[in-house]
Structures are given as C-alpha cells and as structure tokens.
Design a protein around this ligand. Structure first.
Ligand code: HAM
Length: 409
C-alpha cells in the first residue's frame, strides 16, 4: 500500500466545503474588484523562476522541483504564480500598448521546504496581480481586494506589515551602506547570513536567528534611504490606505523572500498560526517584465496561502458537513427497481440522494441514514411496496407519512 509523499496532502471530502467557501470568497471579491481569472500552467521553463524570483533566493537555490523532461528541457513545478503569470501576460500581450490588466489565479504551488504546520510542499495560493499601472493607487486597490477577501472569511487577529524597498535608483546606495554596516559585524551573524552578505544582503534584515536580529536593530533602513519618487509613492499609498480605513503597521525590516520586489512590500500575519504565521504576502515588482525579456511593465500583486486560511477557518468553525436531502432504505429485494427510478426522479428535481442498493434491516438502514445526516429517509419495505407506497420520515421533525410509488413501479 502507498502513502502520499511527505508534504503533499490529500484534501478529504470533509474539508472540501471549507475549500469551496474560500474559493467562492476569492472569486466574489475578484468580481467586485474587477479581476479576471488566468489559469496558467503549473510547469514553466526553469529560467522563468530563476530569472524572475532571483538566483540567490532560498526558493531558487534550494526549494524548486526541477527536472529535465524527455525532450531535454529544464522545467520546474511552479513555486509561486507571479513569474509564470507575467510570462503569460507578456506572451499574449494582455497588458501591451499601455493597457492595464487585472488578473487572479488559484492553484497549487510546489516548494521543497521542511513540512510543518502550515507549511507543505504542495500548497495552494490565491494570487492577484495588477499590470501596467505604476502608481500607488494600484497598490492600495490590490490591498483593498486582499482585505475584502479576508473580511469575507470573517477572520480576526490579522495584521498588515508594510515597507518600501526602494527602486534601482535608490537601492544600490542603500545596499552599499547596509553591506558596510553588516561587514563590520559579520562575525556575529549566523552562517547563512554570512553567506547572504555577498549575494543577498537585504535578506539579513529579516533573518529569524536571534544573533542576526540583534545586529540589524541599528542597521540602516530602506525607508530612510528612498529616492524622492519612492518616498512619494509610499506616502500616497499610506494616505490611500488610511482613506480606506485599512489598518497597517510600518515594518522597516520587512524584505520578503523573492528578489523581484521594488518599492511596496507587505505581509499579512495571523496571531493564530504559530511559526508559519504569514497568510499573505506581496508587493510591487516593476522590473520583472524586463528580467523575463519583455518590455517594461510595472506590476503589483499578492498571494495568499489557502492552507493557512483553512487552518484559521477550521479553528473558527469546525466543518459541519451537510448530509444528503434523501436516503433510500431498501428493505426487500423487490425495492431495487422502484428505488432506482425514485432516486433518478429525486435527483432530477435537484435533490441530493444517497442509497445502499443491497437490502438491509430497518434498524441498520435507519442507523445509516442518521450517520449520513440525511434530512429524510424513504423506507421501501415488502408490505409498503405491495401497496405501491413507501414510508417517508423527516429525520429532523420525526414526522412520518406515505409516499405514492406508483410512477416508479
Ligand atoms: P510568498 O510570501 O512566498 O509570496 O507566498 C505567499 C503566501 O503563500 C505566504 O504568505 C503563505 O501564506 C503561502 N505559502 C508560501 N509557502 C508555503 C508553503 N510551503 N506551505 C503553505 N503555504 C505557503 C509569493 O509567492 C509571491 N508570488 C506573492 C506575490 C504575488 N508577490 C507579487 N505578486
């Protein structure tokens, strides 16, 4: 017998209603905020992610499911949606010629991380992106969509952390200052960060190790080193978020784990999830289109982790699975044909019908109807059948009556 592979999880029928609720909330909010759906493939050329997310990120260095296919191409199961969606937007010209595009995507992502609560190797994201609008209005509207989606789920205890990471005009000078600061303290940094210092010094700012956290307290901040345009963008974004009544906290050490971000970066955290507490993250990435070989195309987006939202929904309202509308209890072999016809007819009327086709005792069948949580049970016994009838019992009110089986005999 086989088991599912580590980090890959079966979503069982009892969980399916919560998943539907989540996806319906995402789609309902997407419609109101005018996002259209893009269903991008789960596999892309490895280069799309290596160039898009950045060679020196944990995702690209350690976590991608990469393989060579039979044609000799290097392919990767998408670890996130943003780079592949940008590839599709550029390929199909969805935001060409100064147009904007607003797209969302729901689906599985794959990262070879160490599985734990809220962290899987196959997980699902709702991802939403606005292409072609460089202004802070797009950032604010995107965050408004994310907030509306989360509000629809009625989850409490969430907070938004916000930062600006600057742009290619102001970041190199900031990076140089940061490297100078960190080099002077490199002996005190964790081994990972000593390595990152060379390749990806910004990541040191949000390292979780106690030693690094202590060192970066006095480090230079991106927010104090923004160029005028970036500072104005961040100011206006904050004005708009306040105008919308959206709460946020400025977190100067927030840098995110993907290299494509420019200016705005944010994360939504939950108090109820333990170590893996980020339920969503995103930001602006005005350089990604060029990195993928396209014309310049500003963009901003977020992705929410659906498994983590499911954990929160489960805590709030443990799934109460609804049972079928009708259960057919066959109590005698002669019930088979009328029961089949009756089931088809009830289903044709839009009712959800369950049955066991092998005849059984009344006691066992009533027990089964109860276990299924059926609303009504049709009892097809030998005597009733001889009279062309079935007994119907409402399992909620316990009222009982006769049902004419005439058309089904
Ligand atoms: P991310 O922060 O890597 O961003 O992932 C977004 C969310 O996906 C996380 O906040 C978390 O809820 C969920 N997530 C990530 N990894 C796992 C995992 N191994 N297991 C379960 N859930 C996970 C991105 O992916 C960017 N593409 C977001 C974005 C969109 N930026 C711009 N547009």
């Amino acid at each position: 017998m086989f088991n599912a592979i580590r980090g890959f999880k079966d979503i069982l029928p009892e969980e399916a209603p919560l998943w539907r609720r989540l996806e319906e909330a995402a789609r309902a909010a997407a419609r109101r905020y005018d996002f259209e759906e893009l269903r991008a493939p789960a596999v892309e050329r490895t280069e799309v992610f290596a160039r898009g997310i950045g060679e020196a990120t944990d995702i690209v260095e350690k976590e991608m499911y990469t393989f060579t296919d039979k044609g000799g191409e290097r392919l990767t199961l998408r670890p996130e949606a943003t780079a592949g969606m940008m590839r599709a937007v550029l390929e199909h010209g969805l935001a060409a010629g100064g147009r904007t595009a607003r797209l969302f995507c729901v689906g599985p992502m794959f990262r070879h991380e160490r599985p734990q609560k809220g962290r899987l190797r196959q997980f699902h994201q709702l991802d939403a992106e606005i292409y072609g609008d460089p202004g802070p209005g797009a950032d604010a509207e995107l965050l408004a969509y994310l907030a509306a989606f989360l509000r629809e789920l009625d989850l409490g205890g969430l907070s938004v952390n916000l930062n600006s990471l600057g742009c290619p005009d102001c970041r190199p000078a900031f990076r140089a200052r940061l490297v100078e600061f960190l080099n002077a303290r490199s002996a005190a940094l964790c081994p990972d960060c000593q390595r990152r210092l060379e390749l990806n010094p910004l990541r040191v700012m949000d390292c979780k190790s106690e030693a690094c956290r202590e060192q970066v307290q006095a480090a230079p901040r991106t927010l104090e080193n923004l160029c005028r345009d970036c500072a104005e963008h961040f100011e206006t974004l904050q004005t708009l978020l306040s105008a919308l009544g959206l709460d946020y906290k400025i977190e100067p050490l927030l840098v995110r784990g993907l290299d494509y971000y420019t200016r705005t970066a944010f994360e939504v955290l939950s108090g109820g999830l333990g170590a893996q507490n980020a339920v969503a993250g995103g930001g602006r990435y005005d350089g990604l289109a060029r990195a993928l070989g396209g014309a310049s195309l500003p963009a901003v987006g977020f992705a929410a982790g659906l498994e983590r939202l499911i954990l929160l929904l489960k805590d709030k309202s443990p799934a109460a699975a609804a049972g079928p509308d009708c259960y057919l209890a066959l109590l005698h072999p002669s019930a088979l044909v009328p029961a089949f016809k009756l089931a088809e007819s009830l289903r044709g009327q839009g009712l959800r019908v369950a049955a066991d086709w092998a005849p059984g005792s009344l006691k066992s069948r009533l027990k089964k109807a109860d276990k299924l949580g059926a609303a009504r049970v049709f009892m097809l016994g030998e005597d009733e059948l001889a009279r062309g009838q079935a007994t119907v019992r409402d399992l909620v009110s316990h009222e009982q009556g006769l049902f004419d089986l005439g058309p089904y005999l």
